[in-house]
Structure formats: C-alpha cells, structure tokens
Design a protein around this ligand. Structure first.
Ligand code: TXA
Ligand code: MG
Length: 343
C-alpha cells in the first residue's frame, strides 16, 4: 500500500478525515505522541490497526473524541469523579476508563474488557481531524509494537510506511510521553500508566491516587495489558545507571574494557562530564519536561548508530513528569540497573 504523506493544512485534514470515514488508517499528531487512528465503530478498521502495528490482540486501544457529548454513545455511566477529572484535564493527556456500552464500538477496541479507555487530546490538529470525522477514533501510538512511541512524523514513517493509508505531519509532539491512564472504576483511583498528567496534578483535584503495583513489581501483573510487554527498547540493551557521575564514568570504562561500544543517554549537563562512544542528549537536567519531550527520539537515535552495543542511561527523580519518564526508561531497560553499592 502506498502511504500518503500530508503536511498539515485545512485541505490535508479534510482528506485525512475522509480516509478515516472510509475505514482507512491515518497517523496524526497529538500533544503526547503520534497516534494511529481508525474508526472505533468499524471492526474492519480496528483490525487493521492491530495488523499494521503487529500488536497483540489482548491489548485494548484508547478511543479519542473531540467533544464531551460523544461519550454518551458508547459508555454506560460517567461517575461524578470522572466528570470532575474531565472538567479539569480535558482536552489533555489524561485517559479515563469507563464502563463500555455493549455493541456501541467494534469489540476489538476493548479486547473483551468491560471498560473502554477514552481521551480528548488537546493538539489542535488532532481536535480538528476528530471533529471533521464526527467519529470516535481508536488510536494507539503510531509505532511498531515494542518500539519507542513516535514523537515526529519521520518516526511513524520509519515504522509504518507502506502499511497505512496516510501520515499527517504536524511536526514534533509536545509532551513526548503518552497520556496518563487512570482507572476510576474501583474504590480508589489507580494510575495504570503514568503519563502527561502527573500524579500530583490528579491528587490536587480528586485526592490521593494510587499507582498500579504491577508497574514496579515483576511478580504482579500490570492492570493495563499494554504495560506487561517489553517496550520502547532500542536494538542495543539498555542499563540504567544509578550513582554519581564518577560511578557512571566507571561503568562506561568497564564496558569499553570488555570491548563494548557504549552509547550514553543523559542530559546535557551529565554528558558534558562523561566520555562514552556515542552521546545522545535528553535535554536539560533542570527541566524534566524537556527530558520527556526528547526521550523517545533519543532512544530511537541509537538505532541509527549500529556500532553501539550497549546503552547506559541516566536516571531521574520520580516526582512530577519524572514518574512517566522513569516508567518508560525502566521498560526500555527491562528494569536492569547498575547501582553504586556504596554511596
Ligand atoms: O498519549 C496516548 O495515550 C497515545 C496517543 C496516541 O493518544 N496513545 C497511546 O495508546 O499511548 P496505546 O495503545 O499505545 O496505549 C494504550 C494503553 C495500553 O497500555 C493499554 O493496555 C491501555 O492503555 N488500555 C487501553 N484500554 C484499556 C482498558 N480498558 N483497561 C486497561 N488498560 C487499557
Ligand atoms: Mg503504545
């Protein structure tokens, strides 16, 4: 299949919307990462999404809407707490689980679960496209399953060219990590995937919020099916380095002595003090939002340096957006840490 590449414009949005209405797949930018959209009401479209990404069929998709009233067509109830969250965070990077109305969406969207994950993105292009279709659009991140999510149209092109009808290019996405997935269907709200809306921001609106224990503890199964797969991993193995800069350099030196070619993924400030083989920046240490925005591009960059045999990555404080950054880094590293024993 030929993939049509469109630079964002009013005409491009119209063309892309018609493709979605016809059941084709369109990749489009959101404020978090690029999404791979398909009509959530058509099984034919939703099946194409799983196929294009190579996504396991037990991993449900997020439904994207442009207006609040669209919810009523496919969810049975919206709790007061969810209404409060919608009022505070939509449009924006917060995905909320709600009980799904039977038969309202293609069954593949929810992978057999009783809940559907929904969000209203804040990217103007995403909102215009969603409005132009008038449809609920199922959209996972527009990467091949297992690869880092795309934050640029070129990342989508790398992974999905020839497999989807259209890529709508709206430049780099802003937040850089995916939306926060929050489950408010139980007794206490639980973050199933940390993301663009921080735990602290949620707590300020609805009080204490838990984080799914399955994200850190290998013995427990994560509640979001997608969180159990290895993800975001570049070709070379990644290790997280938790220690001083001197310890970081000692780790680099040790790997090099063993004949490895060492890639280093860290902030500008840290990179300036280290000597590895290939340095990739994650932005500024004083600005964790810049780290989130550059993380996936950084992980992908190592795939263009095939000589690199091992990647050592800096770790960050888990406050604010740091919780999402560390969750993605831990997944990319398969939770492998190098820790200074005496600190
Ligand atoms: O920022 C984002 O959320 C991006 C943009 C494109 O909107 N989308 C995205 O979708 O990251 P995806 O499919 O890559 O990740 C969706 C996550 C997966 O971990 C999936 O298992 C979980 O949400 N999920 C979806 N529906 C669920 C449900 N009903 N119950 C529990 N987890 C669910
Ligand atoms: Mg994804």
């Amino acid at each position: 299949m030929e993939t049509v590449f469109l630079k964002a414009s009013t005409a491009a949005i119209e063309t892309a919307a018609q493709m979605l209405q016809a059941g084709e797949l369109v990749a489009f930018p959101t404020e978090t990462v690029y999404g791979l959209g398909g009509d959530a009401t058509q099984s034919r479209s939703v099946k194409k999404i799983y196929e294009a990404k190579g996504r396991p069929s037990d991993n449900p998709l997020i439904v994207h809407i442009a207006e609040r009233y669209q919810l009523d067509a496919f969810v049975t109830t919206v709790s007061d707490q969810v209404e409060q969250l919608i009022a505070s965070f939509w449009p924006g990077p917060l995905t909320l689980l709600m009980p799904v109305k039977e038969g309202a969406l293609a069954p593949e969207v929810t992978a057999g679960l009783a809940t559907v994950a929904v969000r209203m993105p804040s990217h103007p292009l995403a909102l215009s496209l969603l409005k132009a279709t008038g449809l609920p659009i199922a959209a996972p991140s527009a990467n091949t399953s297992g690869k880092p999510s795309p934050t640029k149209a070129s990342h989508v092109n790398e992974d999905l060219k020839g497999r989807i009808a259209c890529i709508l290019d709206g430049g780099s996405t802003g937040v850089g990590v995916e939306s926060t997935v929050l489950d408010c269907t139980g007794e206490q709200p639980v973050i199933l995937r940390p993301g663009g809306v921080t735990k602290e921001a949620l707590a300020a609106v609805i009080g204490p919020v838990l984080t799914d224990a399955g994200l850190k503890n290998a013995a427990e199964k994560p509640k979001a099916p997608g969180m159990k797969y290895t993800h975001y991993a570049p070709q070379a193995p990644v290790y997280l380095v938790d220690g001083t800069r001197a310890y970081f350099q000692a780790c680099i030196d040790l790997f090099r002595l063993e004949g490895e070619v060492v890639g280093v993924l860290a902030t500008d400030e840290t990179l300036a003090t280290l000597k590895g083989d290939v340095h990739v920046s994650t932005g500024q240490a004083t600005d964790l939002a810049s780290v989130a925005a550059r993380l996936y591009d950084g992980l992908r960059a190592f795939n263009h340096h095939e000589e690199v045999t091992v990647i050592l990555a800096e770790v960050y404080d888990e406050a604010g957006i740091g919780q999402a950054v560390m969750n993605r880094l831990e997944k990319a590293a398969g939770h492998r840490y190098l820790r200074a024993s005496a600190r």
